[in-house]
Design a protein around this ligand. Sequence first.
Ligand code: SF4
Length: 507
Amino acid sequence: MSDASAQAGLPLILTADQTLLADYPTLLDGMMGTVQTTVVPEMLMRRVLSPAMPCQGVRAVRGPLGLRRLEAVLRRAGWAERDVAIVPPHRLKAAIGPATRVVALSSGDPLGLGMTSTTMSAATGGQPYTQRWFAKLCALLRRRRQSGLNFRIVAGGPGAWQLQQQPAAARELGIDTVVVGYAERDLPALMARFAAGEPVGPVVTAAATGPGEIPPILGATVMGVVEISRGCGRGCGFCTLAEEPVSHLPIEQIVADARTNIAGGAAAISLIAEDLFRYGAGGAKPECSRLMEMLAAVRAAEGLRMIQVDHANVSSVAQMNISELREINRLLRVSPRHRHVWVNLGVETASGELMAANGLAGKISPFGAVDWPELCNTAVRRLIEAGFMPMASLILGLPGETPGHLRQTMDLIERWAGLPMVAFPIFYVAVRPEERPFEISRMSELHWRLFSTCYDFNFRWIPPLIADNQRAAAAPRSRRLFIQMAGRGQKLQWKWRLWRAIRRARR
Ligand code: SF4
């Protein structure tokens, strides 16, 4: 961008707070960056944990996947390259000017209401950086508007539900319109209306987008994220994807997006889906041959350094045999340096009845609620045998939870003692107005003991897991050393906090 155009500003700017738009070498680094609270000094966050994304002019060299999709949709709809850009927060002042018509924000956890951030701020204190930096970003935009510039502020992304639920907070932040849902189909018309200054309501729910309407990305993404499937459709009570039917991107597009990432400096890519093992399947039964075909095609991309994955469903794993899982694990290991291929498994609670009572029976399907504890046990052990490191998530304080349910979960976790895995308990977030959110003040001794048992796994396995993934992704040595040293300090802090909390709960 030339100085002249910098003064005039870009007509359409896509941005996000720095927890989403940072230069993370691996998915785990991204997770670490987005769960911190203001207990961690801001300087440390900006310099190390969520470092600023490098730029060419004002343009980020890698952008969040959601913004990359919007950029591609708008370009396809006829917007010129010079008029649209993904700009990180630290370059916004230079990018916004009199020509700016719209600033579109992607949000992950704009009001700090996500389950992970509420758990972290309760356990460690402080405000989630996701919330703090989103507010700072909005404050910067409001100041630019108050200086006489005339542009709309539009927010969307996976955290848009929070702004939709709290319209007063959205207004206070200066947001004119919240767009909920995948917006590829509606976005070009919507942007044209914003740019023309036409009135648009405070909330727009975007129409569902079919896989054929998702354009290939035009530049690399943060953490090399490559979307392989979207939606889920298992119908779970509190999930925004419950009614969004699962659809899969074609293999050619996945490979094209992987290549774009590698070319843009993100050679450690992350294949993202709500359930990796359901890739290519129409229903709840995995289609392993399609998944293997896709992984083999991605693996063949020149310059690829590492493949990371995120979520998998317990019931999908339970429907697969060990040789299928082993082959998938083999395909995921691009280099021998990548030893720990982790995958997030939503265990939530060992009680199938409690799951079903909370509308989570979809996660268990095609099995019954009574099968749930054994399904979880089978899935964890099978994944480990196939070479994966399971990362189990648990939800504390589900409505209707009793000490009996907690003991059931504790029994299940204790059966896994000594296995190479990690486990993260998170607090239930109220989704209906009549519900109470789970809070630290409601934690019993049993809750704390469960928390502490999970962290025994984490203290043992998180340091080697991070070191392994960072090595495989060729993260800078200085960062690797720093994270390991800081991790030791955090481990001591957590141990002390948990010991104190259990003693208090006993009194
Ligand atoms: S299985 Fe997971 S992603 Fe799918 S609806 Fe249930 S909670 Fe949401």
